[in-house]
Design a protein around this ligand. Structure first.
Ligand SMILES: Nc1ncnc2c1ncn2[C@@H]1O[C@H](COP(=O)(O)OP(=O)(O)O)[C@@H](O)[C@H]1O
Ligand SMILES: [Mg+2]
Length: 369
């Protein structure tokens, strides 16, 4: 996968820009707040269909303007392709892939594959489960369009079920009559999502182990476990009907607690990945250095799994991450990125070997030969 060019209009502080990229390492260099991350955010938007900074679409539109447009030219699966997006009124107003209209973002996500790595990811191991779920959701959605639509449906139903739990005491009869319908839908979508997550974690574990060994020369062995509704027990998530049944049962047996809490207490929105080193929880027992190596290994695994399922490496986007890494890990990451396309941002260009240097100033990008 290779980005050729991005064309932007009124995206963040970028009034108008057309930026070209080459194979190898593209370095976006500039002072703080000039628009380095904004450019990466735009590229990654075309991959995941949203902002990685978790912000509202309206925040992506240049102050005072009504809409932003983004067009990405890339090479993927052996041919030149294009994604065009128009953002406005709090949503993606229009989306096209190779000049064909997409009705849903799930038709678009997965066409252009990228792996983002930013300083926040270095605390992926020590952060809470929400960050690890997000890691899974982004990675799996890119590989499996059905996953993203199942997740979107799940989240919609979850919202409705939670609203119902909050008003249950006012009308118990209505609650009893309607809650099983929502529970059934959650169980059905949840079983599918759980199977994909379990598969992904199992596949990622191999690469995490390999990268961790290479990076640290340590003999301690990392392992990854998917913690779904069955906990760490040896649950076979391949059996969709069994998971669905188990989920539905949890959701049916505990309604009193759920009414008291005013929210759904079981389901894939509570999942986590447990990472262990020599059998001990990495989150509780690893040094900060080991946790960072494991997080880095998880990100590299994301790239390797993309290669495994699609046959080509994704584009690697590094947002200010190199300055956060010590020398050993930085060199490992750069060695690993060799031969792949990388777009990275930095405030310091000393010691960096760029195939292509782009200087940013106030939302304008200038290519330096
Ligand atoms: N919607 C917007 N409209 C105009 N400018 C914006 C918008 N959102 C963010 N900015 C500006 O973008 C700049 C930050 O850009 P960013 O790419 O994050 O900087 P950096 O180069 O440090 O990575 C800030 O000056 C901020 O005010
Ligand atoms: Mg930045």
């Amino acid at each position: 996968m290779q980005v050729k060019k991005i064309t932007l209009c009124d995206f963040r502080n970028i009034k108008e820009a057309a930026v070209e990229f080459t194979d190898g390492i593209n370095v976006i260099y500039g002072d703080n707040a000039e628009g380095k991350t904004n450019l990466l955010e735009a590229v990654y938007f075309a991959a995941i269909g949203k902002s990685f900074r978790g912000q509202h679409i309206n925040d992506l539109i240049r102050f005072g303007q009504g809409e932003a447009t983004l067009s990405l030219e890339f090479n993927g699966r052996g041919r030149d392709q294009q994604i065009s997006l128009c953002l406005g009124a709090g949503r993606v107003r229009a989306a096209e892939k190779n000049r064909v209209k997409c009705r849903r973002m799930s038709e678009l996500v997965g066409s252009f594959r990228a792996v983002l790595f930013c300083p926040e990811h270095l605390s992926l191991i020590k952060d809470g489960p929400a960050e690890r779920r997000q890691f899974l959701d982004i990675a799996i959605s890119a590989a499996e369009p059905l996953y993203l639509s199942a997740l979107q449906r799940y989240n919609r139903v979850l919202k409705q079920r939670n609203a119902l739990l909050k008003t249950a005491e006012r009308d118990m009869a209505l609650f009893r009559a309607t809650v099983p319908v929502w529970s059934e839908q959650l169980a059905r979508e949840g079983a599918y999502i759980a199977r994909s997550r379990a598969r992904y974690v199992r596949a990622a574990a191999e690469f995490v182990k390999k990268c961790f060994f290479e990076m640290t020369n340590e003999r301690e062995e990392p392992e990854l476990f998917y913690l779904g509704v069955g906990g760490k027990d040896d649950v076979d998530y391949e059996d969709l009907a069994a998971t669905e049944k188990r989920l539905f049962q949890k959701l049916s047996e505990n309604t009193e607690r759920e009414i008291a809490a005013g929210s759904t207490l079981w389901g894939i929105h509570k999942d986590d990945i447990e990472v262990t080193l020599n059998g001990k929880s990495a989150r509780s027992f690893c040094s900060q250095g080991q946790q960072r190596s494991l997080a880095l290994a998880l990100k590299i695994a994301e790239g390797e799994l993309c290669k495994k399922d699609s046959g080509e490496y994704p584009v690697f986007l590094f947002d200010d991450v190199l300055s956060e890494l010590d020398r050993g890990r930085r060199e490992y990451l750069l060695r690993h990125a060799r031969g792949k396309q990388v777009i990275m941002t930095t405030c310091e260009k000393e010691g960096l070997e760029a195939d292509h240097l782009i200087i940013v100033k106030n939302g304008s990008y200038e290519k330096i030969e």
